[in-house]
Design a protein around this ligand. Structure first.
Ligand SMILES: [Zn+2]
Length: 280
């Protein structure tokens, strides 16, 4: 069955480009932070530390309590599911449009995923307990969490459909583009081992897929640990899911910046917040 005719997801029309670079008045490039009103960013800033995201660093492990909320300014992180038999698969890519560990506001519970840095960068970090305190005080920060949750659910759901319906070559192209959106260059610091873990396929399958993508000009070179891509060719090789995910994230950001489209619940919360000074 051709599900695309019944899908709510828009057919991508725009040429591929990465997520825009934004900066808050304090030079923060994380879009969630940059979109906050100054007074709400002021609540967070005393608690934020700037950290370096080292290549291949593990930010948090599945099963561990979430200690920090991490807002990347540069670089890319993937969330990985670790199966009992040792297999792994990536469920989401996160960069300057999102955060890692934000779901800790839902209550203390072990992380379901392992977060691994796939492209080095920098981030701001806040202890999860401190973030919860600010979350309870600020409707704008609650709205930020709401937007992030929307974007993550969209990525999880589309990723699930993609894994079930689209060929592995198109999925690999999709992952490469998702990472490219979060860095600002076409040379992705990825080993075949990392791709194998992200896609949940054998190394030999990755080698075969790399060869196919190189033959069609989507990968220019594949030196050890560095994959240089051609974005246009790679976009032609990818399924529509990459562009759909990217457009959905832009839609969430543009809706949140338009007061007329803000969720009604948040207006209620704002009123309640003025009354009680602390809404949960
Ligand atoms: Zn797909």
């Amino acid at each position: 069955m051709d599900v695309s005719r019944h899908s709510k997801w828009r057919t991508p029309q725009t040429r591929h480009c990465g997520f825009p670079v934004v900066k808050s008045r304090d030079g923060m490039s994380n879009r969630l932070l940059a979109a906050l009103p100054a007074s709400d960013l002021d609540l967070l800033e005393p608690e934020l530390d700037t950290i370096v995201l080292d290549q291949d660093a593990v930010l948090s492990r599945a099963g561990d309590e979430i200690e920090y909320v991490v807002f990347p300014h540069r670089g890319a992180i993937t969330l990985m599911i670790d199966m009992a038999d040792g297999h792994t698969v990536a469920t989401a890519a996160i960069g300057r449009e999102g955060a890692v560990g934000m779901l800790s506001v839902l209550g203390p519970s072990p992380s379901a995923t392992t977060a691994i840095v796939r492209a080095a960068g920098t981030a701001s970090r806040i202890p999860a307990s401190r973030f919860l305190g600010v979350f309870n005080r600020s409707p704008a920060i609650r709205r930020m969490v709401q937007n992030h949750v929307k974007a993550m659910l969209m990525q999880f759901q589309l990723g699930l459909a993609c894994n079930a319906l689209h060929p592995v070559e198109a999925r690999m192209a999709r992952w490469l583009l998702q990472l490219r959106d979060r860095v600002d260059h076409d040379a992705l610091p990825l080993t075949q081992q990392a791709l194998s873990q992200m896609l949940g396929v054998r190394r030999t399958t990755v080698t075969l897929l790399m060869r196919k993508l190189r033959e069609r000009g989507a990968i220019r070179s594949d030196r050890r640990g560095l994959i240089e891509i051609d974005r246009r060719q790679l976009a032609a090789a990818a399924c529509e899911c990459h562009q759909t995910m990217r457009l959905e994230v832009e839609e969430i950001f543009s809706a949140s910046s338009d007061p007329s489209r803000a969720p009604v619940l948040l207006e209620d919360e704002r009123t309640q917040g003025r009354k009680s000074g602390n809404v949960r």
